[in-house]
Design a protein around this ligand. Sequence first.
Ligand SMILES: Nc1ncnc2c1ncn2[C@@H]1O[C@H](COP(=O)(O)OP(=O)(O)OP(=O)(O)O)[C@@H](O)[C@H]1O
Length: 246
Amino acid sequence: MRIISVSDLWKRFNSEWVLKGISFEVKREIFGFIGPNGAGKTTTIRIVLGILNANRGSVKIFGKKPSELSVEERRRIGYVQQRISFEPYISVFENIWLYGYLKGLSKDEAKERALKLINEFDLEPNKKAVELSIGQRRRLQIARELVYKPDLLFLDEPTIGLDVESKHKLLNILRQLEIPIFFTTHNLWEAEKLCDRVAIIHQGQILTIASPKSLIRETRSENLEEAYLKVIKNETLNISKYKNNL
Ligand SMILES: Nc1ncnc2c1ncn2[C@@H]1O[C@H](COP(=O)(O)OP(=O)(O)OP(=O)(O)O)[C@@H](O)[C@H]1O
């Protein structure tokens, strides 16, 4: 089943085209969206979620246009943004519990889920959010998003600031969720370990979509990072060749 379908999506900010006709589908899988800074990853997530409008192209999420999703359907989509935000002066437990409650869980359900996640994410329940380190804040932000068991999760560079052990724990938790995940990262080791398929986006265009294994094999690389660099370099060479012919 297609969870997300994006077809020929174009987006312009002022006079600059940042998405130039991208198309992809996300099934029941962990789908990695990888590319350099400014390639258009966050913009794509925002269009898929209906936060931004595209100039051209179509987006379907659970078979509907983003604007046609019901409140309940939208409530069941998780989005962990790059920017960390939560209630700073209440405790870790209250932050997670309250979010679950506001998303529609009963008080007891929200409490039970919050305690389980605090344990899984190795957080201190009574610390105020403002007292947490950057990595702990990131863990709180992700735990909070999981409290109401979303049906689909968007994670925009969720592991920035996490230490090695926390990263491993997070990847294990994500794998066990068994929900479709749209995941952006600059850490290709993570993408290789976690993603069923990855799309490489470069200057607003998708260069390739494949499983990490087949991309590594086809580019005769040792790992995804090497494969990624080869794909991007090849594209850069093609662009300069094109420019030289102008
Ligand atoms: N609201 C906006 N107004 C103008 N330009 C924007 C806006 N949002 C994004 N852009 C531009 O669109 C391009 C793509 O940005 P986007 O945030 O999607 O990139 P990204 O791939 O997520 O980058 P990063 O890896 O650095 O997070 C960038 O050149 C950025 O400056």
